[in-house]
Ligand binder design. Structure first.
Ligand code: SAM
Length: 249
């Protein structure tokens, strides 16, 4: 999974993982069958999730670690104002082209404190599963400082070490993946930062072997039925990809 992300182990500082790869990121994601599948299903679920928590759209939306704008471009049109932040100039350059209405900020909110205002929705995708613990904490401090009380954080967790395929890989002698963000750890992390999980949407629970993930296609004709069967929150702890909404207390 995640050809680019494989290079970003939890031992190095994830801040420097994507500095140079902006021009290749979207193509790499599209050519990995499982990444393309996750991306397609995130895209299907996001409008309904936004509508559930923001029936008339969020007023101020921030995409933290926006990368090439994969998620920004889906949510920004639903918001009255949108801001997106990333540390990588090459990633932001791609995002700017896709999101003309969004204000972009290049920088690291864990070490600087630009005045971006307050937000009622912050998203951050393909970030928390990859980042090291120190960066996870720093990011959540920066995010919750900018989130209004009662505001919502929308993230995904796509490197679950307790997903069935990951457990079977380990049991059959697969290489160490460096994945460590299982759902109880994520729940504790969010809780420590004053955030309570209010919505869980598992994706790809039926892919219980890496082999299936390598063969899958986003337009798999059976996928909708399988996602419906295994899409309830009760499967969240074993999901390869999970959309999470947490509310600031
Ligand atoms: C795997 S990409 C995800 C991009 C996008 N959110 C998506 O889902 O496609 C992770 C992004 O995190 C960014 N990043 C890492 N550390 C960061 C930090 N401290 N502040 C802002 N962005 C950061 C990287 O530059 C990279 O663009």
């Amino acid at each position: 999974m995640g050809v680019i992300e494989k290079a970003a182990s939890t031992e190095q500082d994830y801040r420097s993982s994507h500095l140079e790869v902006g021009g290749r990121y979207d193509a790499k994601l599209a050519e990995s069958p499982f990444d393309a599948y996750m991306s397609a299903w995130e895209r299907k679920y996001l409008p309904g999730i936004i509508k559930r928590f923001f029936p008339s759209g969020p007023a101020r939306y921030l995409d933290f670690a926006c990368g090439t704008g994969r998620i920004t471009e889906q949510i920004a049109p639903l918001a009255k104002q949108s801001v997106a932040v990333d540390i990588s100039p090459t990633m932001i350059e791609e995002a700017r082209r896709k999101c003309p209405q969004t204000r972009f900020h290049l920088g690291d909110l864990t070490t600087t404190d630009p005045d971006l205002g307050q937000f009622d929705l912050v998203s951050s995708f393909r970030f928390f599963g990859n980042a090291q613990d120190e960066l996870r904490d720093g990011a959540l401090r920066a995010i919750t400082r900018r989130l209004q009380p009662g505001g919502h954080l929308l993230i995904n967790s796509h490197r679950n070490p307790r997903a069935l395929y990951a457990v079977l890989d380990r049991l059959t002698g697969g290489p160490a993946s460096g994945m460590d963000l299982h759902l109880p750890k994520l729940r504790k992390l969010l809780d420590r930062h004053g955030l309570s999980i209010v919505w869980l949407q598992p994706i790809a629970v039926w892919m219980y072997r890496s082999r299936i993930m390598l063969d899958t296609r986003p337009d798999d004709s059976q996928a909708a039925a399988k996602e419906a069967r295994y899409g309830s929150a009760s499967f969240a702890s074993i999901a390869p990809d999970l959309i999470v909404v947490a509310r600031k207390r």
